[in-house]
Design a protein around this ligand. Structure first.
Ligand SMILES: *[C@@H]1O[C@H](CO)[C@@H](O)[C@H](O)[C@H]1NC(C)=O
Length: 233
């Protein structure tokens, strides 16, 4: 195994607003398994190892880099991170605290818009995961799941065989109609209870927000992360 980027992370975040989101981020980044460093690169949390802790050889940097110094609004860490993975780079975390990272509101990270990040994530997911699948289910028939569906390329939209959810109201409706489509008739995608849906899944439910229910449901289906599902939120 070539451990090309060595990172370490243990964050002490000094943060005021928004309190909860940083807490969830810190918990996420500090509890990922080594395997999840790779499988969870599509989530909205960004790189699964934090940039200030990255180590790699100069040779690797020169192959992958340079950093996009486009400035304000460019998520240079995410771009480099994805580029490294595209080149076949691995990820490895040293589980020791080498860094204390002090978070502040004026951090450049806030100048990157959500829509820029969303697009990069969707493109990376399509390139790395969806291109390998013939069909899949989007886990979440709500806002985020439908937004993901609409963001996909037409070819990948066609691979969506269903949405699934736990919300009876959404399941009762039976399907989602893609109103913005130019196609006639407009595409309709089934909405199923997750127990009636089939793998593989793209999970569009926010992690760590359902009191462990999502994780329990995934376990109950005996699904394997990175094979049967990927997290996208
Ligand atoms: C699964 O599908 C069957 C057949 O359509 C339906 O009767 C059943 O209620 C569904 N299960 C759940 C948990 O929604």
């Amino acid at each position: 195994v070539q451990q090309l980027i060595r990172g370490l992370l243990d964050l002490l975040l000094v943060q005021r607003v928004p309190e909860g989101s940083t807490e969830r981020y810190t918990r996420w980044i500090n509890t990922l398994s080594q395997d999840q460093l790779i499988t969870q690169v599509y989530t909205s949390h960004g790189p699964s190892v934090v940039m200030p802790t990255w180590f790699c050889s100069r040779e690797w940097y020169q192959k992958v880099g340079p950093f996009d110094e486009g400035g304000k609004g460019v998520p240079e860490d995410l771009l480099f991170f994805y580029q490294s993975l595209r080149h076949g780079g691995g990820l490895f975390r040293v589980d020791q605290c080498l860094l204390v990272y002090r978070y502040h509101e004026k951090a450049a990270t806030h100048s990157v818009t959500e829509s820029t990040i969303w697009k990069l994530r969707v493109d990376f997911l399509q390139e790395r995961v969806l291109s390998q699948w013939e069909s899949f289910t989007i886990w979440n028939a709500g806002k985020q799941g439908r937004k993901l569906y609409r963001s996909l390329s037409p070819a990948n939209q066609k691979k969506v065989k269903a949405f699934c959810d736990v919300d009876e109201n959404k399941i009762q409706k039976g399907f989602y109609t893609y109103e913005e489509s130019e196609e006639r008739p407009k595409p309709k995608i089934q909405v199923l209870h997750y127990k009636n849906a089939s793998a593989p899944f793209i999970i569009c439910v926010k992690l760590d927000m359902t009191g462990g229910n999502l994780e329990e449901n995934l376990n109950s289906l005996q699904l394997k992360e990175g094979i049967d599902y990927y997290h996208f939120n």
